[in-house]
Design a protein around this ligand. Structure first.
Ligand SMILES: C=C(N)C(=O)O
Length: 127
């Protein structure tokens, strides 16, 4: 199997049957599962607005990337899921503090719902 699961003890544990990240050795890519704003200390969503939620999501993503020996500088593609495009500007504000140009490619979509009632979920591809 070309799939190597990455476990990330400092990140929230998966809330379903998936791995925090999977490395594809052949392609040299790391696929990081969508992170929601779960506080790993409590296992619950952080209190606060979408900006606070986005900060928590990136903290979680950094833990998963770190467990795979990667950083945000290794990220090439980002998928952002929101429950409302009214949150787009607030998410971009946080996003611009965590990535530097040249920015990864990115897609942002609004969906009907996210797990646990989160306002934002973000997944990554890194190399
Ligand atoms: C939170 C997730 N990544 C999921 O449920 O797929």
């Amino acid at each position: 199997m070309g799939r190597t699961a990455i476990s990330a003890p400092e990140a929230p544990q998966p809330i379903g049957p998936y791995s925090p990240a999977v490395r594809d050795k052949g392609a040299g890519l790391l696929f990081v599962s969508g992170q929601t704003p779960i506080d790993p200390a409590t296992g619950e969503l952080v209190d606060g607005d979408v900006g606070t939620q986005t900060q928590r999501v990136f903290a979680n993503l950094k833990h998963v990337l770190g467990a795979a020996g990667c950083t945000l500088a290794d990220v090439i593609k980002v998928n952002v899921y929101l429950i409302s495009m009214a949150d787009f500007a607030a998410v971009n504000e946080v996003y611009a503090t965590v990535f530097e140009a040249p920015y990864p490619a990115r897609t942002t979509v609004a969906v009907a719902e996210l797990p646990l009632g989160a306002r934002v979920e973000i997944e990554l591809v890194a190399r």
